[in-house]
Write a protein of this length. Structure first.
Length: 236
């Protein structure tokens, strides 16, 4: 009997807090969730509800106070730093709220940054990079420095950088916040296409996408499989 393949992402009992003077402030109260390959799930909730903190923990950028996070069955919390770094690089594409772009570098250089640890861009990487530039309509900006771009243009660059390594898991924090209607629809169409696509003809290799958002264009879209709501650090 063949063993069941683990979920792409599984989180159990995630708790997080921080110390503010003499008191401890609880941010996340035992969050448990799962995401499968090919799913596009929206994470809704008001500002301050813990969405960004939860995404940072799920992406291995922040350790929880307690709980487990597994990617393809591998517990990230127990990994040594260099193993965790490698897993993030190979498995996870991330768009954080601050975007994390390098302002003095060009659009092309920023998108290509994730390719450096593996020895640089191969032909397939360059083809994917150019496709992303075209799909997100930023090809003409390839040689432009980040500090010369608008907020919406920077957001599209950050999305392209998250996708350039063809990650198994995409964690997106407000990816359409600075985009107009046309560009928000373009990003959603690209994400929908990605999560429906296959690698080597195998459906189990489709990426899973978890997107924190306030955007009603996303939350009300038929492209979204599920909406999870986070309030005061709890899923409701």
């Amino acid at each position: 009997m063949t063993a069941e393949k683990p979920k792409l992402l599984e989180a159990e009992g995630i708790k997080q807090s921080f110390v503010d003077g003499a008191k401890t402030v609880e941010i996340l109260h035992g969050i448990s969730l799962a995401l499968d390959r090919g799913e596009l799930v929206a994470l809704a909730g008001p500002s301050g509800s813990g969405k960004s903190t939860l995404l940072a923990i799920l992406g291995g950028l922040l350790l929880p106070r307690s709980g487990t996070v597994r990617i393809d069955g591998v517990d990230m919390i127990t990994l040594r730093a260099h193993h965790l770094s490698r897993l993030r690089r190979e498995k996870i594409g991330f768009v954080i709220q601050g975007l994390g772009l390098l302002p003095a570098m060009t659009v092309l250089d920023n998108i290509a940054l994730p390719l450096i640890p593996s020895g640089g861009a191969e032909r397939a990487d360059l083809e994917r990079l150019n496709t992303l530039l075209e799909r997100l309509e930023i090809s003409k900006l390839a040689s432009t420095r980040i500090d010369k771009l608008s907020g919406g243009e920077r957001q599209r660059v950050a999305i392209a950088r998250a996708l350039v390594l063809d990650p198994a898991l995409l964690l997106l924090d407000e990816p359409t916040a600075s985009l107009d209607k046309a560009n928000a629809e373009r990003v959603l169409a690209l994400l929908t296409e990605l999560r429906q696509s296959t690698s080597n003809g195998q459906s189990e290799n489709r990426p899973g996408i978890l997107m924190a958002t306030h955007d009603p264009r996303i939350l009300n879209s038929d492209a979204v499989d599920r909406v999870l709501e986070l309030r005061e650090g709890r899923l409701v």
